[in-house]
Design a protein around this ligand. Structure first.
Ligand SMILES: Cc1cc2nc3c(=O)[nH]c(=O)nc-3n(C[C@H](O)[C@H](O)[C@H](O)COP(=O)(O)OP(=O)(O)OC[C@H]3O[C@@H](n4cnc5c(N)ncnc54)[C@H](O)[C@@H]3O)c2cc1C
Length: 394
């Protein structure tokens, strides 16, 4: 099924039936195509190129990208629901889904017609793979501290620097790169550059040996005097950091829904195990200690899902939603980590043995508290908003 063929959705009006159709398509794909491959992809830590192409063919990428640019034309709530379904199949696929959404939305929103033709269209068709490169060895949470530079020349730019732990770095065909613009007038000026991987001076490190979400490869990117044309700049010169950070609210809703997908998969596995495993002559599900763990898993899962949908709805309504995106990201990823650990407890010793899905879920959940802004940074965003809204004492 090609969801693009079946839907005529617009960003402004997505019906509940439209959302449900897409969610069902994603759930079916996750169950039939992703889940059966998850253990092997985790073991081999390989990029699932065929699966990725199949997802492109289905029209599952670019959920919030307008249809006129080749996307699905749906809203953030739909994006969150599809993300949860895919991540429930295997979290690393959720990573690809999130990256595609970030980069394709930025290209749709800020790209020139030429940039959309050359980068957005081949991205959505699966012809080209992208990366989103902010982090550097000395600049993680503090992105204003980046030292990659873009120097203006008569015809364009020269890019120097490096990026670290960039998803898709080992396989990408192009990257959106945040760089400091080397100008004496404004020391804070930054820009986003579209950098093709076949440019002279572009190189990459090997895939890192990661703890979880192993099929989603990360690595370093190096830029050694890369000459870029003027039209490599995406959006406005000087406002690059703002452009990239603007995309992160939706990214955080995506990470929160990814965590919900992991959380649901852990609850399903724990419930099945609790009913099947017998000790002291009865299923362990008969013991209240186990029932309470399952109940707490279900309770927080429900809360996470509601927070995600609330943050997504605020984004859809163009509200100032940063605080709510941070709340959803923080709550859902903390809850997923707590409850995947409890789900593993329900499995007893077998939960600790590699090869059992719950062991992989435990490893896959951990990074959700770190990337897309650590949960400490999310709490800073929430607290700042609280303090800004509080009355100042006389
Ligand atoms: C698997 C993986 C995939 C990734 N993918 C990408 C990608 O595709 N693109 C990309 O650009 N980056 C990516 N990253 C990088 C990721 O976004 C950063 O690791 C993250 O933002 C944290 O930065 P850091 O690791 O440098 O930690 P640091 O910023 O050094 O933080 C270390 C610790 O200090 C805390 N801390 C920092 N500042 C404060 C503060 N002001 N107050 C309180 N606590 C603070 C942090 O919360 C953390 O606990 C990825 C990382 C990983 C591991």
């Amino acid at each position: 099924m090609n969801v693009n063929d079946e839907q005529t959705m617009s960003n402004e009006s997505v019906s509940a039936a439209d959302r449900q159709l897409l969610q069902e398509a994603a759930t079916r794909f996750a169950r039939e195509k992703i889940q059966p491959l998850a253990a092997e992809l985790d073991r081999s830590a390989s990029f699932p190129r065929d699966l990725y192409r199949e997802m492109c063919g289905l029209g599952l990428f670019g959920v919030t990208v307008p249809q006129e640019y080749g996307g699905v034309g749906a809203d953030c709530r739909t994006y969150a629901m599809v993300m949860e379904a895919l991540a429930g199949g295997y979290a690393a696929v959720g990573d690809y889904f999130s990256l595609m959404e970030l980069v394709s939305s930025l290209l749709a929103q800020h790209g020139t017609p030429e940039q959309r033709t050359n980068y957005l269209a081949p991205l959505l068709s699966g012809e080209r793979l992208c990366a989103f490169a902010l982090t550097e060895p000395q600049a993680g949470s503090d992105l204003a501290g980046i030292s990659t530079t873009a120097r203006r020349t008569g015809t364009g730019w020269v890019l120097n620097g490096s990026k670290l732990w960039i998803q898709n770095a080992p396989v990408c065909d192009f990257a959106l790169v945040l760089a400091r613009i080397d100008t004496p007038d404004d020391p804070k000026a930054t820009g986003v550059f579209i950098v093709d991987a076949d440019r002279k001076g572009f190189s990459r490190g090997p895939a890192e040996d990661k703890m979880g979400q192993r099929a989603s490869q990360v690595g370093a990117l190096y830029f050694d005097g890369i000459e870029l044309p003027a039209h490599a700049l995406l959006g406005t010169a000087g406002k690059g950091l703002r452009t990239m950070l603007g995309a992160l609210d939706k990214g955080r809703v995506g990470m929160a829904s990814l965590a919900v997908g992991i959380h649901q998969a852990a609850l399903d596995a724990a419930l099945e195990q609790a009913l099947a495993r017998r000790q002291f002559g009865r299923p362990i599900a008969d013991f209240q200690a186990i029932q309470f763990m399952l109940a707490d898993m279900a309770k927080d899962l429900h809360a996470s899902r509601l927070l995600v949908q609330d943050a997504a709805r605020r984004l859809d309504h163009r509200e100032d939603a940063s605080q709510y995106c941070s709340i959803a990201k923080c709550f859902a990823t903390d809850a997923a980590n707590l409850h995947v650990s409890n789900a593993l407890q329900v499995f007893g010793g077998s939960g600790y043995i590699r090869g059992f899905p719950i062991e992989r879920l435990f490893r896959d959940a951990r990074i959700t508290q770190i990337y897309e802004g650590t949960n400490q940074i999310q709490r800073i965003i929430i607290a700042r908003k609280l303090m800004a809204g509080a009355a100042t004492p006389a």
